[in-house]
Ligand binder design. Structure first.
Ligand SMILES: [Zn+2]
Length: 263
């Protein structure tokens, strides 16, 4: 089965080691070295045909550098998303450049970019993306690097989902990052995408329930590599009590329809 991992992180070689060292404090087990070469070789080993990589501009001033790296690093098997910072001046202009480039969409991370997921400037940036029909990937839920921060809380996720249903919007980590009890109809079954990354924090029956309630045609396989092992994550989806068509949708076909990757 063709597999596309639509949530991986790749950094320029000189930064990759630093990212890993910084996050090591949190006891992460790293599945790759987070470089382009290292990720490509892991993908080959794991049988992952395609990936979508995403990094964010943590400050408005770094937007152009992040997008320049994404464009440079883009290759046949890995497409990159671009980034805008909700507080930057040239959002529309940058989004138009992303739209005209081979970049796969726009990633936002409310914790790393230090904004609130549903604050007016952020909503305005998503609005511009939606108007250009650019896929939007949002980190959703708590982040262990930012203990206690509610920048991407479920309330905010539900607010954004209500406003942008029908757009190409993807909530990472099933929209909850491990907090199964929070999920309700404000997200489940809405016309938005959920990615499976970090779902090792949920039990198998919880993952299956979410997929049934939301619809496999709106769930995308993502691992969050290097913060998780993509091979183990894909094997877990393959072992769930879902039919073959649902597994194919999640593991590749939805990503193919959304991003045009693979056959
Ligand atoms: Zn991630």
């Amino acid at each position: 089965m063709e597999i596309t991992d639509m949530h991986v992180h790749i950094y320029p070689d000189h930064l990759a080691q630093r990212v890993i060292t910084n996050r090591s404090v949190l006891c992460y087990e790293f599945a790759s070295d987070a470089t382009l070469t290292g990720t490509l070789s892991k993908m080959k080993e794991w049988g992952i045909a395609h990936a979508i990589a995403a990094s964010v501009a943590t400050r408005p001033q770094t937007q152009d550098a992040v997008n320049a790296f994404a464009l440079r690093a883009q290759c046949k098997r890995i497409r990159f998303m671009g980034s805008v910072h909700p507080y930057a001046d040239r959002i529309r202009e940058t989004l138009l450049q992303i739209k005209d480039s081979p970049l796969a969409g726009v990633k936002f991370h409310a914790h790393e970019q230090q904004y609130l997921l549903d604050e007016p400037l952020a909503m305005k940036a998503y609005e511009e993306c939606a108007r250009l029909e650019l896929p939007i990937l949002l980190h959703a839920g708590p982040d262990s690097s930012y203990p206690g921060a509610d920048n991407a809380s479920y309330e905010r996720v539900a607010h954004v989902a209500g406003r942008f249903a029908g757009s190409k919007i993807i909530f990472a980590h099933f929209g909850i990052n491990g907090h199964y009890d929070l999920l309700d109809e404000r997200l489940l079954g809405k016309d938005v995408y959920l990615d499976t990354s970090m779902c090792h924090r949920l039990a198998d029956d919880q993952v299956t329930d979410i997929i049934h309630a939301h619809g496999a045609h709106r769930v995308l396989f993502g691992s969050d590599c290097p913060f998780a092992n993509a091979q183990a994550a894909a094997q877990r989806i393959q072992a769930l009590p879902l039919d073959q068509e649902q597994k194919e949708d999640i593991l590749h076909k939805n990503a193919h329809r959304l991003f045009g990757v693979g056959g």
